[in-house]
Design a protein around this ligand. Sequence first.
Ligand SMILES: [Zn+2]
Length: 380
Amino acid sequence: MERLKAYKFRLYPNEEQELFFAKSFGCVRKVYNLMLNDRIIGYEETKNDSSKKRIFPTPAKYKKEFPYLKEVDSLALANAQRNLDKAYKNFFRDKSIGFPRFKSKKNPVQSYTTNNQNGTVALLNNKFIKVPKLKSLIRIKLHRQPKGMIKSATISRHSSGKYYISLLCKEEIIELPKVNSAIGIDLGITDFAILSNGQKIDNNKFTSKMAKKLKREQRKLSRRALLAKQKSINLYDARNYQKQKRKVARLHEKVVNQRTDFLNKLSTAIIKNHDIICIEDLNTKGMLRNPKLAKSISDVSWSSFVTKLQYKADWYGREIIKIDKWFPSSQICSECGHKDGKKSLKIREWACPICHTCHDRDINASINILTEGLRIKSLS
Ligand SMILES: [Zn+2]
């Protein structure tokens, strides 16, 4: 089986390269917005999926009007068109996601995507990378070796001022050998995840400390914004505000990177060690749980964790079984099956009145999730 995998690395462009990137981001944005504008006009005329009836101009058309577009990688412009096509089609499939929006210079991440055509994107000596249209080599920090063939590369600049390149590589993968193990996972708040084998995966280490710090710095940022306002200074000119803004952006990036790293390692370990993984269907779980508890962070992490589990399961020939969100995983005694009724979140341990087993609330829930998952599997 083939899989596509993205590898993300830091780039250290020199001044000339930074200029080239800035120009590329700007041109991609320009083409995207021009095309979007044409689409909006088309949409207003027909109120329909006009992409089927109208032929929209390609980036080539705009090059006549805006000759500076020729100075950047034409594949980047073509990809901008593809992205817009995709966003446009998605909109007609599901209007609730909203009409594609204009790209702004103010977006915290600026990026463009190009493709590898016979080595136009290539690593050199593991220290440099080349990309189309740029003559000089860009310094790259290769903290791991990408496997497979590079298909495309996305270059981005974050508001922290850091540059990254994400290489999408096509790789042959071999399914993992069966290990004859199934596991149930309960996603929690105090602990990130609780496994039916009794293992609890701590949440605090990677989020709460950093999240607290981030919150503190964000408060400082709003204070500085207020201060600038009181002095009638434009935020763009408020040096202390801008300095703090970069600090918050760097911190935020760090939190996101740490979380991604944690979720990658955890999902890989689970997929490696188990053939069948049973997990609650997440859709509205966040809302069912206590909304006051560190909600946004856990929500994002949970859904991203389940996504990672799902695609890794597909790669390695594992099976994910999703349990109905209404399944009362914390009400059932995993030992005798007695249904003991609803329990408030405060109750962390309880004893079954029938078989007298003492339960840790979350471990018991994850065992029930496993049992239910295996039951569902036996029916199919
Ligand atoms: Zn019992």
